[in-house]
Ligand binder design. Structure first.
Ligand SMILES: [Mg+2]
Length: 237
């Protein structure tokens, strides 16, 4: 009788950032598309999205679903949506609402046990409702973190603060991904990756170059993140 080979566990990550606008969606999209290419049928999960121009079309959630090549209903991919460009918990409070944590957990059940990328909202201490921050969601879902951070000056402090907070909750960190947020390089970049790796004993990927052209930007994020999935950088482009 042929012995069946044990399948490796499906890759599952929670993508958070040291700040808002650092490249979480780009990183999530790149991971999902790499997983989809590998035939893993991944799912993206963006449970809280604010700053939605239309509540029927949350841009990040749709973008993750597209990258995953998934047809999971939008109410599962993104159960909580807000128009205001504010932390989700603050946007909800202004509307006199309390986002139902159980709705988040029920959606998460439907996302399933396969390959998955969850995108948070802003950084670790962004409120999601009156009693939960993003870091509470990470703890509850029990996923390792990909921390997206700026490549340049200021990143040592922001990255250290986020890593310390994650360590205090015993949340494993799969890697830190550095990303350039502006076309001008700054002199700190040369040492940042090595210093973060050395001080915090964490894997550091990137820096992803600053590229305006969406196709090239996507390819650069894929190349930087391919090693996290045990894939070849060159083949990810
Ligand atoms: Mg985003």
């Amino acid at each position: 009788m042929a012995r069946r080979r044990a399948l490796p566990p499906a890759p599952r990550f929670f993508v958070t950032g040291t700040d808002t606008g650092v490249g979480k969606t780009q990183a999530s999209r790149a991971l999902l598309s790499l997983m989809a290419d590998a035939g893993l049928s991944p799912q993206g999960f963006k449970p809280y999205e604010s700053g939605c121009a239309s509540l029927r079309a949350p841009a990040d959630a749709l973008s993750l679903r597209e990258a995953a090549r998934s047809d999971l209903p939008l109410d599962i991919v993104c159960p909580h949506r807000f128009r205001a460009p504010l932390a989700p918990g603050i946007a909800a409070r202004r509307l006199g609402r309390e986002p139902d944590w159980n709705v988040t957990l029920a959606a998460w059940e439907r996302v399933g046990q396969g390959a998955v990328v969850v995108e948070g909202a802003g950084g670790l201490f962004v409120p999601l409702d009156s009693s939960h921050d993003v870091i509470d969601l990470i703890s509850t879902l029990g996923l390792p973190v990909l921390l997206v951070a700026r490549a340049g000056l200021g990143t040592l402090n922001h990255t250290a603060l986020s890593l310390e907070a994650l360590a205090a909750r015993n949340i494993p960190v799969a890697a830190v991904l550095l990303s350039r947020g502006s076309p001008t390089r700054d002199p700190s970049e040369r040492d940042n990756a090595a210093l973060i790796a050395e001080r915090h004993g964490v894997r550091v990927l990137g820096p992803v170059p600053y590229l305006l052209q969406p196709v090239r930007r996507h390819a650069a994020f894929r190349a930087a993140l391919a090693p996290l999935l045990g894939m070849d950088r060159a083949r990810a482009r």
